[in-house]
Design a protein around this ligand. Structure first.
Ligand code: HEC
Length: 127
């Protein structure tokens, strides 16, 4: 019984290690799938509308260095910049989940690895 519990705990901690990351590591991963990140492109992308009603800034505001409100529900959103809220971009599963959801809301498609690299490299410069 104890062995089983220990086994499960070990597995859980391995999963945690597998999914925890730093913004730098995530950025490297996106760049490896595309090309070198451009933070200037990332900033433009974040502020622009892409044929629909919202931009990323509709909920995260520009600069995304303070608490904001969800444009529909009014719920509090913590700052998106990892410099303002260090939990950001440290959990790969969470990052991918929200990229997928938010890119779909803003662009009606997922963001490419290049777009994610650009966005993240810019967010890492936002103080
Ligand atoms: C309609 C509101 C809304 C829009 C528009 C929006 N987001 Fe978000 N975003 C959220 C919410 C809500 C969360 C999750 C709550 C939280 O983490 O504070 C979130 C979380 C995220 C996260 C998770 C980061 C982490 O590590 O915690 C990323 C990445 C993200 N958004 C990127 C984007 C990008 C890129 C765009 C534009 C393509 C965008 N968002 C547009 C509401 C929005």
């Amino acid at each position: 019984m104890i062995i089983k519990v220990l086994l499960v705990l070990t597995m859980l901690s391995l999963v945690k290690v597998a999914f925890s990351a730093t913004p730098q590591e995530l950025l490297k991963g996106y760049e490896a799938q595309s090309g070198k990140a451009s933070s200037a492109h990332g900033e433009q992308f974040f502020n622009a509308k892409h044929g629909k009603e919202w931009s990323c800034a509709s909920c995260h505001e520009n600069p995304p260095n303070h608490d904001t409100k969800h444009i529909v529900t009014g719920k509090l959103i913590k700052p998106l910049s990892p410099n303002s809220f260090p939990e950001r971009f440290t959990d790969q599963a969470k990052v991918e989940k929200w990229f997928k959801r938010n890119c779909n809301d803003v662009l009606s498609r997922e963001c490419s690895a290049q777009e994610k690299a650009d966005l993240l490299s810019w967010l890492m410069t936002v103080k």
